[in-house]
Every structure is written in C-alpha cells, then in structure tokens.
Design a protein around this ligand. Structure first.
Ligand SMILES: [Zn+2]
Length: 107
C-alpha cells in the first residue's frame, strides 16, 4: 500500500508532496497491507454501489497511518485485518477469516 511519511511523524496513504502538519517534504513509503481494528461502525445508509450491510472500520497500520476501510464482515477492536486498496477506497477483512470473493468481484 503506497503512501507517504514525514520526519515529524505524520503519515498517510494519500499522495502528498508536503506535510500538512509541518510543511516539510514528505517521503514515499510502502506501508504493510495489514493493520489492527481501532473502531468499527455499522452504516445505516449505504453509499452508492455498496451493498448493505457495509461497515466502516478505522484501521491502524503498524508503524504507519490510521486509515478508514470498508468491510462487509463484522469486526471488533484489535482484530488483525488485511487491507485491500480498490478503486480509490480501502477494504479490509480479517487476516484469518474467510474471503468473500463475491463481494470483492463486484467492486
Ligand atoms: Zn511533518
């Protein structure tokens, strides 16, 4: 998963030249496609092209940024997940859970 980081500690999966926190040049970084669930939200209203139930998950990448991912699987805090970037969004699923191929194919 591509992203950038700054010497000040700011990191993100977005592509930025300058750090939004301190204004310095940022360094391109390859973050691991894994993280831990920080929080989990089940959405009531679905965005276009996503089928319910879909969940928003805040994932902390090891030594990296916190990113918002989508998931069709119920997760809980501290669950280990794989992060799958797709069409400009990030999806996640448990590292040891079943993969729902039918949902990924539809994206
Ligand atoms: Zn910075």
């Amino acid at each position: 998963m591509k992203g950038v980081r700054c010497k000040c500690g700011f990191s993100t999966v977005a592509q930025r030249n300058l750090c939004p926190r301190c204004g310095k040049q940022m360094t391109a970084t390859d973050w691991p496609d894994r993280g831990k669930v920080l929080s989990f939200t089940r959405l009531g209203a679905m965005p276009e092209r996503l089928d319910s139930p879909y969940n928003l998950v805040l994932v902390s990448v090891e030594k990296g940024p916190k990113i918002v991912c989508w998931s069709d699987i119920d997760l809980k805090q501290n669950d280990e997940v794989n992060i799958i970037p797709r069409n400009g969004k990030c999806f996640c699923r448990p590292t040891n859970g079943p993969m729902k191929e039918r949902n990924l194919r539809r994206l």
